[in-house]
Design a protein around this ligand. Sequence first.
Ligand code: VGL
Ligand code: ZN
Length: 210
Amino acid sequence: MWIAPRTDDMLIVVDLQYDFLPGGSLAVAGGDQIIGPINQMASKFTHVVMTQDWHPQDHISFASNHDNAEPFQIMQLPYGPQVLWPDHCVWDTRGAQFSRDVDIPHCEMIIRKGYNEVVDSYSGFQEADRRSKTGLEGYLRERNFKRLFIAGLATDFCVNWTALDARTAGFETFVVEDLTRAIDTNGSLATAWSDMTMAGVRRISSEDIS
Ligand code: VGL
Ligand code: ZN
């Protein structure tokens, strides 16, 4: 398959932040390996946005903010089941910063998410209550983007939820599989790919992009 980037395509680069990289508090194995190739892919796209996981210290998704809770446990919250995480991407900490190896100077917008202390937001489009929008859909529509390409961290959480919401919003959506890495807790990676496939997300390789 050969795909030539067009000016009505948007590349969405998800969460290339220190806490998701080796040495970080929620490190994704091999996360550092995809940064260089994502920079290269980004240079082929006219339009790029990045998402940034951005939590207050008292965020509901942190196990440390609940009694007798451990990271990676699932807790029922008013908006549904929530995986509890180690503290990560606390705003104004180094862990929340983009890796300095990210080199995408033409990135035109950064969407922060997860800043509401009582709702998590894996998706770049909306919070986990499925109600509060980030504004990304409006931005993409208003500027007439048609196809979305998604890469970054983590395949089974923020990439997955962003891709599913992109499909719900009606965009043709491609996930560049070799430029993602997964957390994979409780079978989450297999579930993510089956959900994305069912939703019509196209699973491609960076080699497909010319
Ligand atoms: C993410 C877990 C918690 C992600 C963010 O970027 O995939 N995962 N917050
Ligand atoms: Zn998070």
